[in-house]
Design a protein around this ligand. Structure first.
Ligand code: TQI
Ligand code: ZN
Ligand code: ZN
Length: 446
């Protein structure tokens, strides 16, 4: 389910308007509040996750007040095929058209894209193809059952391993080569756009515009907007040098694999009962209610934060403090509190401390432990000052956890200190290291 890329609806809450605004993983793990937050961030509203009056007002504007970005878009993360020869295979045909007709129509729909990019499509008749195509009714093995006649006609997975690229047509539709029923060419051309990495376009004349318009297939060429969209991913056919330079991607670093045994993180913390793990520009949230993991860019959750060294929640004041270099910022929920960033010298660090490696608030003592190189500092939250006698050596104060800590968090009464890919589970009041774990045991990887 989470592999199907779909479209998030900005205005899905208003009864009269239904506009898709920007691509996202809609079935993903976002809660309603997450969706609202994303929308609020997008429209430059205060990010509250609540349906407040400002948000309602923007939603009520025609097209959510959305005017200027009318063009193609790609899926989040910009998935695409990393090769130019792409195989496809039809495993289940419709009974509405002959096999030959289906093969011809599908080849013609793919040709729209191979005409304008270096991509080559090869039909195979056995084994696993990149794009596996089938006509099936109702449930068909991917958690997105079709809905009988009308409604959803087809769907496609964005590029990737496994189901990536796979394209399914609802056999309960009447598939045609005319303007009656569902024209297979039109729908296939649209779905193959998704299978190649195009999300919906804002431009009405685009093939990827999310309403069905019959077009006469003979002599049909890919509309300009879709052409630009697919060429931005794969380059232009024929003129090798006119291939657009690999665009500076907003997320240029490859995504870390959370299930890698060597997975390590920059920071971790419990916030409102959910665990958050930070690595480079990304944050994984492990839901306490169902254990599932979702990932986001940190900046999409806490505006203005790209990378973090340490994070902790101080529940008593309902704040989250985020540290990077010699500065920190405070947030309530996703909202930045005014007056930040501030220098970490406010906690009583000398200027020789230019960053902290990790921080954890120990609810049991109401102290926050800061880790800097091989030393530990203890900050008394109630008194608002650093405890006397610190810093101390980590290996003396917390024996068994090693001499360095790159992330620390509390969960269900235990403390966890990570160092590289490993972590120690620690019982604070008994001052005992209990067991060693791999970081990725939190990551829902079996
Ligand atoms: N199927 C939707 C579509 O392809 C399913 C869907 C929504 C989707 N968002 C997606 C699939 C993102 C992949 C990625 O848009 S549909 C049209 C339209 C459909 C819709 O059956 O509703 C066409 C199929 F909207 F353009 F008319 C074909 Cl052409
Ligand atoms: Zn399907
Ligand atoms: Zn679509």
């Amino acid at each position: 389910l989470k592999h199907i890329q779909a479209v998030l609806l900005c205005c899905f809450l208003t009864r009269t308007r239904f506009f898709t605004i920007f691509p996202d993983y809609s079935f993903s793990l976002d809660s309603f509040e997450d969706t609202l937050r994303k929308m609020q961030e997008f429209f430059g509203l205060e990010v509250t996750g609540q349906l407040d009056s400002n948000t309602l007002e923007v939603m009520d504007r025609p097209r959510c007040g959305f005017t200027d970005v009318t063009r193609y878009s790609h899926f989040e993360g910009r998935p695409k095929w990393d090769k130019s020869i792409i195989t496809y295979r039809v495993t289940d045909y419709t009974t509405d058209l002959s096999h030959r007709e289906v093969d011809t129509v599908l080849a013609k729909a793919l040709k729209l894209y191979s005409d304008v990019t270096p991509l080559v499509f090869k039909k195979i008749d056995s084994g696993t193809a990149d794009i596996m195509i089938k006509f099936k009714a109702a449930a068909h093995g991917d958690f997105s059952p079709f809905d009988g006649p009308q409604g959803v006609l087809a769907h496609a997975f964005s590029p990737g391993e496994g189901h990536g690229g796979d394209t399914h047509f609802d056999e309960d539709e009447t598939w045609t080569q005319t303007s009656e029923g569902s024209n297979l060419f039109v729908v296939a051309a649209h779905e193959f756009g998704h299978a190649l990495g195009l999300a919906h376009s804002q431009l009405q004349t685009a093939l990827m515009y999310p309403t069905y318009q019959y077009v006469n297939p003979s002599g049909y060429k890919l509309p300009d907007d879709d052409k630009k969209g697919v060429q931005a991913l794969y380059g232009v056919r024929g003129t090798p040098d006119s291939r657009p330079k690999p665009q500076p991607r907003p997320t240029s670093e490859p995504l870390p694999d959370r299930c890698d045994r060597n997975f390590n993180f920059d920071a971790a913390t419990l916030i409102q009962g959910n665990l958050y793990f930070f690595k480079d520009g990304n944050v994984w949230k492990k839901s306490s209610s169902w254990g599932g993991i979702s990932m986001k860019k940190i900046s999409s959750v806490w505006a203005g934060i790209d990378k973090v060294d340490a994070v902790y929640e101080y529940k008593t004041n309902n704040v989250v403090r985020i540290f990077k270099g010699n500065q920190y910022r405070s947030f309530r929920g996703n909202a930045a509190l005014p007056g930040f960033p501030k220098s970490i010298s406010h906690f009583g660090f000398p200027s020789s401390v230019t960053k902290v490696d990790a921080a954890v608030h120990v609810s049991f003592t109401s102290k926050t432990l800061f880790f800097v190189n091989n030393k530990l500092w203890s900050y008394d939250e109630r008194r608002g000052r650093m405890d006397r006698g610190y810093p101390k050596f980590i290996h003396r104060e917390l024996p068994g956890i090693g001499s360095r800590v790159d992330a620390a968090f509390e969960n269900r009464g235990y403390l966890y200190f990570t160092n590289g890919p490993r972590q120690t589970e620690y019982h604070y009041s008994r001052r005992r290291a209990l067991r060693k774990l791999l970081n990725n045991r939190w990551m829902d990887c079996e």
